[in-house]
Design a protein around this ligand. Sequence first.
Ligand SMILES: NC(=O)c1ccc[n+]([C@@H]2O[C@H](COP(=O)([O-])OP(=O)(O)OC[C@H]3O[C@@H](n4cnc5c(N)ncnc54)[C@H](O)[C@@H]3O)[C@@H](O)[C@H]2O)c1
Length: 367
Amino acid sequence: MKTEILALTIKEEKIVKTLFTRGLKDLPEVFSGIFGEADRVCVLTEARSGGKIKKNLARLLGPARKNFIYYSLTGRGGKKTTAELEKLCLFLLKHGFSRQSLLIAAGGGSVTDLAGFAASIYMRGIKWVSIPTTFLGQIDAGLGGKTAVNLGGVKNILGSFYQPSLAVCDTTFLDSLPPKELLSGAGELLKYAFIGGEALRKTLISNLKAVLKGDKNALFKCVKACAEFKMFIVSKDEKDENGKREILNFGHTAAHAFETLSKGRLPHGEAVARGLRFALLVSKETGLLPEKDFKKTNSLLDSLALPPLSAACGDFKRFLALISKDKKSRGLENRFVLIKAPGLTETAENIKPETLKLALERTIRKH
Ligand SMILES: NC(=O)c1ccc[n+]([C@@H]2O[C@H](COP(=O)([O-])OP(=O)(O)OC[C@H]3O[C@@H](n4cnc5c(N)ncnc54)[C@H](O)[C@@H]3O)[C@@H](O)[C@H]2O)c1
């Protein structure tokens, strides 16, 4: 597994670098431009995963790490909160961070989402480096420049589009991930398998079992394939303006509702897997997705053998209220990304409540 760099130009001259590696040493030496220009560097991790990522992070950051300032999120009430955001920004201010400073975020999607948002608003924007340390983070959350914190119990209400100068997917971090986090990442992996082209789908489906077992080669292959696909889509529609990036939301409208209804206890990727099932059912019930394609895609979700959803997720009235509040609904009753066939998406609006109710009941019944 050699180190590779994908450099994509987003809009005119904005270049976003995504690095795929396993065991690279001394990142500041390799990217001396980004690190050398900074007057101060803050490394953000989180208390819970800090111990597990410490050794790999130290190797990656090299000797310069001794000059960096460290901040650890405790996030007892959740990591993506306005309270955590304020604490982090106050820390930067107290330690003399300026517009020339750099923020490095190493952690799961909740850490990179918070850090990216903080970087986008601190002194109207400072540079940041994203080092996702979960499988879900490396294939999705740590890439693409969507940043956010939650507000009033609703996901990602405050946020920005703010690209990191560099995203580093180092799969050695994944060695310490528990099976539950691999399963969560597999939810997003199946999203790519359902919306991506044939080559991507083949790579992901043929490596799915091995990924769930933590196989290092399979993880590296899938991280690279998913990240390249995501960054290609982002390069065509960075700010979700022309419909191209919207396909990445497949399954996410219902997923966000499930996360809220389960009071944040459902891991994001597991919620996405349930949201995918819901979206497949709606696609079939509205006559878009033929039965044979439904069976094929749905059986891949079955292969994840997910634990049952809590009864709270089946509360149809609250579910409807949440999907109408979703950012993606654009003020309509509801708006979903659906599929006509693997790799072929279509958006649909104002779907009949009876159809949604049926799909929700079936999603809840089938774990
Ligand atoms: N910005 C985006 O485009 C985007 C896309 C998808 C998801 N997200 C967001 O990402 C978040 C989910 O991310 P996540 O699944 O990474 O969850 P997470 O950040 O909560 O991390 C999951 C768990 O893994 C632990 N962990 C992290 N790295 C580890 C390591 N190397 N070894 C062992 N344990 C480790 C963490 O302590 C945590 O308990 C959600 O908030 C979701 O909304 C954002």
